[in-house]
Design a protein around this ligand. Structure first.
Ligand SMILES: Cc1cc2nc3c(=O)[nH]c(=O)nc-3n(C[C@H](O)[C@H](O)[C@H](O)COP(=O)(O)O)c2cc1C
Length: 365
């Protein structure tokens, strides 16, 4: 590829060239047949935009707030694990890029830089993503460290009572690195027969598979931070989430890395938004690769979107600068989409600005 990448897909190609296959497969792959992985992106193509003409778009404002924190555009960094596999500076580089773009990074529980390192690397607003492990003391330790370090919300990922089956990682014999957040809490290293080290605290067995709705109360009892649930895909669960008093919902299928053959997340966004009835903010992730995708998610009711792989591809291709470029690119593409569809602010983007595959044109209704 010649010159600077002009879209997220070109960043993906650069990442593919930059990374050892095992790492690229880890970032780009999904669960089992990767049906949902493909659908997550393709489903956006079934949604068309209904632009309005002759609207004054001489000034476009993309800024918004999430949980009261102002950000420059409705594009946040999703939590994704092990950024040091993409770049030696890891999550610190990602956090600095998010800060430079005035947006929020959600740090993964399974990061390769510690909660403290990321916190001291820049002043941006940060949220912390949490899994609940059988060893609740470990989860509590991480959540409370995040709170002490000034992270502003806990994003509890609820689609992972076990880890999904990612066939590429199995084939590549991928071994998790030591995760520094757990140092001193558990033995993070064991030796195998061939002398190599593997993570003793294996993610597959560490998750608390008994986690259920009542445990939201447990999380509340160990932190004063707002709690968002990430991984909601049905109106039934959205209603329960509001009932148990969460502060926000992330519609997500974990980038198609958990259960294959769940619907592409964009196809269930409206169902969840309808059930939530504006009581808490609804964020969205899965398959965002361009500004038109962001626009479509906002039109279907998301307050903001998260990007997972696009940020990692930027990081792998060009470090902190690459993550910054990816965010800026999506922001610029969204700005242009708003201009060309007659939406000077995010509040102007409405359900009537998109048509989904199964809707008939209005004149036929
Ligand atoms: C390499 C990778 C690692 C991830 N690790 C986590 C994680 O540690 N915690 C979590 O809640 N989600 C994790 N996710 C899911 C993302 O937060 C997000 O839901 C998903 O990437 C969004 O889809 P996209 O990659 O198409 O943007 C991960 C995703 C990827 C690609």
């Amino acid at each position: 590829m010649e010159g600077e990448p002009v879209n997220v897909n070109e960043f993906q190609e650069l990442a593919r060239q930059a990374l050892p296959k095992i790492y690229y497969d880890y970032y780009s792959g999904g669960a089992e047949d990767e049906y949902t992985l493909k659908q997550n992106v393709e489903a956006f193509q079934g949604i068309t935009i209904r632009p309005r003409i002759l609207v004054d778009i001489s000034r476009i404002d993309l800024s918004t707030t999430v949980l009261g924190y102002k950000i420059s555009a409705p594009i946040l960094i999703a939590p994704s694990a092990k950024h040091k596999w993409a770049h030696p500076e890891g999550e610190v580089a990602t956090a600095r890029a998010a800060a430079a773009c005035d947006t929020i990074m959600i740090l993964s529980y399974r990061s390769t830089c510690t909660i403290e390192e990321v916190a001291s690397s820049c002043n941006a607003v940060r949220f912390f993503q949490c899994y609940v492990y059988k060893r609740r003391d470990i989860s509590a330790n991480l959540v409370q460290r995040a709170e002490r370090c000034g992270y502003k919300a806990i994003v509890l990922t609820v689609d992972s009572p076990r880890l999904g089956r990612r066939e590429k990682d199995i084939k590549n014999k991928m071994v998790n690195p030591q995760l520094k957040n757990f140092e001193g809490l558990v033995s993070t290293q064991v030796s195998t027969d061939d002398g190599s080290n593997i993570e003793a605290f294996d993610a597959n067995t560490a998750f608390d598979a008994s986690l259920s709705w009542k445990d939201i109360g447990w999380l509340r009892s160990i932190t004063n931070l707002p709690v968002l649930l990430k991984g909601v895909l049905t109106h039934e669960d959205a209603i329960k989430a509001v009932e148990v008093g969460v502060d926000g919902i992330v519609v997500s299928n974990h980038g198609a890395r958990q259960l294959d053959y769940v619907p592409p997340s964009i196809s269930v966004l409206e169902e969840v938004v309808g059930a939530v009835k504006g009581k808490v903010p609804v964020l969205f992730d899965g398959g965002i690769r361009g500004g038109t995708d962001v626009f479509k998610a906002l039109a279907l009711g998301a307050q903001a979107v998260l990007i997972g792989r696009p940020a990692v591809y930027g990081l792998a291709a060009k470090g902190e600068y690459g993550v910054k470029r990816v965010i800026e690119m999506l922001r610029d593409e969204l700005e242009l989409t708003m201009a060309l569809s007659g939406c000077p602010t995010l509040n102007h983007i409405s359900r009537k600005h998109v048509r989904t595959k199964h809707e008939r044109p209005r004149s036929m209704l």
